[in-house]
Design a protein around this ligand. Structure first.
Ligand code: NAD
Length: 363
């Protein structure tokens, strides 16, 4: 006998897609001229001080299409740096920005776009994923504020795998785990949907396969391609759905103790996942499947170990005395999470992440 269709087993969903023009591959930097031509005539090239040589080289390559370089991009997008960049934009008469670098440089391009509406070309050289999101985190007077505005979405993203070849193995490992965190939390987001979940699983799988290969041989071009592809997908997930406890915790810890962004994500992720595991079993099964591991939280902890990433917050500068304060701060502004937030358990979670202990599904 034919079974009746069960509507409740197939809930509806809302999918919010963001416009994106993405150029992906090896040697795609060659297309930057055409992209500047599409968006303007007078590009200012942005970078961190560490990548100033690359930025100058790109500016020279753009010739008349570039009006100069601003190379002061800094982690967490301090507003005073943005103000100096805006002055340079005005003085040089720039009509578009070209951000060459990781999330810090992308953040500066977004901060300029928020204030000027100048079109942006972003050329990511890490796996942070910011280029795919309408999110900007800015810091002023020691406080980090997150803004969500379609104005900060880049007009063009050029992923050139060649530019990621120089990302050192240790940075590749933590940056890749940062990207995995976006996909992981997308799978159990309040507004999770089947389309974003497809990208999330594909993103986790690509990165989990690529990162051990990159750490073993940073010149592995196939692994580099796969990692950047996974980072793009994961960034898209971050931009499309809301994040939970893990991202909020990293935001709090990073701000309160000035911890490095990607490494904080790498260390906290297995513990954040363990906390949510009991409330999100189907998502856990998909994460484990994408990792090729028996269980999600331990699979992430093992992956971090295999790629030589740090697994203890104490090793990246967090003081033990900060554990209780961090737990209280993480609960200060209520937000949605698949499992209700419980101060005692979150304190235990942070304590385990601080010491480097494996994740505990029972907390
Ligand atoms: P980063 O941009 O600070 O880069 C880390 C260092 O690596 C820098 O010195 C940089 O110049 C260098 N570097 C980058 N690419 C390189 C390469 N290919 N070769 C050699 N050196 C290279 O680090 P990140 O982790 O990419 O970005 C972190 C920042 O991005 C944080 O401020 C974080 O809040 C932000 N972020 C924002 C979003 C968002 O959606 N808004 C998403 C992810 C991260």
């Amino acid at each position: 006998m034919k079974q009746a269709f069960d509507d409740s087993a197939t809930p509806g969903f809302i999918y919010n897609g963001h416009p994106a023009r993405v150029i992906f591959g090896f040697g795609t930097l060659a297309q930057v001229h055409d992209e500047v031509h599409r968006l303007g005539r007078r590009a200012i090239v942005l970078s961190t001080p560490q990548q100033v040589d690359q930025a100058r080289h790109l500016s020279a390559r753009l010739g008349d299409l570039s009006v100069g370089v601003f190379a002061e991009a800094t982690m967490h997008t301090p507003v005073d740096v943005t103000e100096r960049a805006l002055k340079a934009v005005r003085e040089l008469g720039a009509d578009c920005t070209v951000a060459l670098g990781g999330g810090s440089t992308t953040g500066l391009g977004k901060a300029i776009a928020l204030r000027t509406d100048l079109p942006q070309i972003v050329i990511p050289t890490t796996y942070a994923g910011s280029e795919m999101t309408p999110i900007l985190g800015e810091t002023e007077h020691g406080a980090k504020k997150t803004i969500r505005d379609a104005k900060v979405l880049p007009e063009t993203v050029i992923y050139d795998v060649d530019l990621t070849m120089s990302l050192p193995a240790s940075l590749s490992a933590s940056s890749g785990m940062n990207a995995i965190a976006h996909s992981v939390e997308a799978l159990y987001a309040q507004d999770a949907n089947p389309i974003v979940s497809l990208m999330a699983c594909e993103g986790i799988e690509a990165l989990a396969k690529a990162l051990p290969g990159i750490v073993e041989n940073p010149d592995d071009r196939a692994a580099r391609w796969q990692a950047l592809y996974g980072a793009w997908l994961s960034g898209t997930c971050l931009g499309a759905v809301g994040m939970g406890l893990h991202h909020k915790l990293c935001h709090t810890l990073g701000g309160a103790f000035d911890l490095p962004h990607a490494e904080t994500h790498t260390i906290v992720l297995p513990h954040g996942v363990a906390y949510n595991a009991r409330a999100t079993q189907p998502a856990m099964a998909r994460i484990a499947g994408a990792l090729g591991a028996p269980e999600a939280a331990m699979g992430l902890y093992d992956l971090a170990g295999r790629i030589g990433a740090k697994r203890a917050l104490r090793d990246i500068g967090m003081p033990e005395a900060g554990i209780a304060r961090a737990a209280e701060m993480a609960l200060a502004n209520p937000y949605w999470n698949p499992r209700p937030l419980d101060l005692g358990s979150i304190k235990q979670l942070i304590a385990r992440a601080w010491s480097g202990a494996p994740p505990d599904l029972a907390i």
